[in-house]
Design a protein around this ligand. Structure first.
Ligand code: BYC
Length: 472
């Protein structure tokens, strides 16, 4: 019989794995399946090593440990933020009670559902991005792709830890299912819509990391408030890593816009496709797509699910502690987006049922920040063109606007007309083909593809022309 590997060494952790034989055995049986999944569904580009940040602890020194790592040696760890032994529940009907260290029986199935949905998105994004390495515009970008991927893998580990440690056999079965569902699979797709869309090119990748990872930021922010303390502590640490993913998206789109603006000015034309860059209208269409698909991730404008989660203390609001109210909301009302007599309008609902809208609005305000900075790049280049966020009712498939068709300005139009005009708003096959035609790999140190500007800063103080990745 082969000797069982020492998983306490193989899985860096701060959850006392070594002392918990049952949990250790459960993870021992899951780890090979994870590694098989990574080999068959993870990044396809063969490498010798990649300059990666690995979390080896949660403290200041530990969570940002940088080194060139051969991918097979990468160690996915389990880290929870430090425990506050006096932490109290901050909202809902249990407000003021001590945070839970175990799962209360009455909330078991709801918590399981939230953790499974969160867990499902993490491997999904790795699957969506698996072929991008082959067309990376620079070694710097390639390294960032790997960084995002290994951290999404670690976030899967984070959720699987919770499933194994707190949900018994059901949790272990769900952990297996997280590896069996696959992005875009006709038989066993990922749970949420955006995670079954393709990420076939780097503009999609930057838009995804800007808009869809940002949903992750907001959802993790609400789960960080959870009364279930292990979930809260896990999400708190995940949010730290998520900041890098936001940076990749924000500066990625910056650099695409910057390069396009440069070529527009140099050639004194808007029609820059022939110059080997991505025209602004195409960037706008990609933005429209990724933004609207990400808006769907917040669920319906009104939802009894979210009201129940909040009341039970499972899922809070963004910046819960900064809200100036009673943190129970039982007597409060709010206005939510709605369809009223066939028009886009607002209606008053119980604040509890409107919490998906509350979170979506926080997210939308954050997204405006990106658009403002991209527009500043355009105005600094002396161009009058501007990017914009489409209307909240545009291209929605979940919630109040799922059944209607609206323009990016929010004007309701008949479905037939929408079909005829949608090529002006969402990427067409011609747009996608053009973008893909630009996706030729630049794997040479210090070089960059012509459709994107180089980054202002490298990683961890290293220059852009650092040898971030050694290819196999
Ligand atoms: N697609 O009551 P409603 C991330 C379902 S991203 C398909 O309005 P609720 C990441 C819904 O399940 C963050 N189905 O929804 C980013 C419900 O089904 P049932 C991921 C959808 O429950 C990038 C029904 O429709 N984390 O981390 O209030 C890279 C009625 O819906 C969708 C989370 O989402 C959809 N888009 O809110 C890597 C946090 N939306 O009950 C990672 C955990 C809704 O009728 N999840 N449905 O069968 C949740 O908090 C909530 O489940 C949702 C939905 C916000 C997703």
């Amino acid at each position: 019989m082969s000797q069982a590997p020492d998983y306490t060494d193989k899985i860096p952790n701060n959850v006392g794995l070594r002392e918990d034989r049952r949990l250790q055995r459960a993870l021992e049986s899951w780890q090979p399946n994870f590694l098989n999944w990574w080999a068959s569904m993870g990044p396809t580009l063969p490498t010798q090593d990649v300059y990666l940040r690995t979390a080896v602890n949660v403290g200041r020194e530990g969570w940002a440990h940088f080194a060139h790592v051969p991918m097979p040696d990468y160690r996915w760890g389990i880290f929870l933020a430090e425990q506050d032994p006096h932490r109290e529940i901050g909202f809902g009907q249990h407000k003021g009670e001590p945070a839970w260290q175990q799962v209360p029986g009455e909330y078991r199935s709801d918590l399981l559902r939230l953790i499974v949905i969160q867990g499902d998105t993490e491997p999904a994004s790795v699957e969506q991005q698996r072929d991008l390495g082959a067309t990376a515009p620079s070694l710097y970008d390639l390294r960032n792709l790997f960084q995002v991927n290994v951290e999404e893998g670690r976030h899967l580990w984070a959720m699987v830890y919770l499933l194994h440690a707190y949900f018994g056999r059901e949790g272990r079965e769900e952990a297996e299912e997280l590896l069996h569902r696959n992005s875009g699979s006709p038989d066993a797709p990922r749970i949420l819509g955006a995670f079954n869309e393709a990420t076939p090119d780097w503009l999609s990748f930057y838009m995804f990391t800007y808009f869809t990872d940002r949903d992750g930021k907001y959802q993790l922010g609400t789960l960080k408030e959870s009364a279930f303390d292990p979930l809260s502590r896990t999400c708190e640490f995940m949010l730290k890593e998520e900041a890098h993913h936001m940076m990749v998206g924000t500066t990625g789109v910056d650099r695409v816009v910057e390069r396009t603006a440069q070529v527009m000015v140099e050639n004194d034309t808007d029609d820059v496709a022939a110059c080997g860059v991505i025209p602004l209208p195409v960037i706008q269409k990609y933005l429209n797509f990724h933004y609207s698909v990400s808006l769907d991730l917040f669920g319906g404008e009104t939802s009894t699910n979210v009201a129940n989660y909040y009341t039970a203390g499972l899922k809070g609001r963004w910046s819960e502690e900064r809200r100036q109210d009673d943190h129970r909301l039982t007597n409060d009302a709010m206005m939510v987006d709605a369809l009223v007599d066939g028009e886009v309008a607002e209606v008053e609902v119980a604040a509890l049922t409107g919490l998906n809208t509350d979170l979506r609005r926080q997210y939308i305000a954050d997204c405006r920040g990106g658009v403002n900075r991209w527009n500043k790049i355009l105005s600094d280049a002396g161009l009058p063109h501007r990017l914009r966020l489409p209307h909240v009712a545009f291209n929605r498939h979940v919630g109040a606007f799922a059944a209607i068709t609206a323009t990016p300005e929010g004007e309701l139009i008949p479905a037939g007309e929408w079909q005829r005009r949608k090529g002006g708003w969402l990427p067409t096959d011609v747009d996608k083909t053009h973008v893909r035609s630009l996706m030729r790999p630049v794997h040479e140190r210090g070089k960059i593809a012509a459709w994107i500007a180089p980054p202002r800063n490298g990683i961890n103080g290293k220059p852009f022309d650092y040898d971030y990745v050694h290819l196999a």
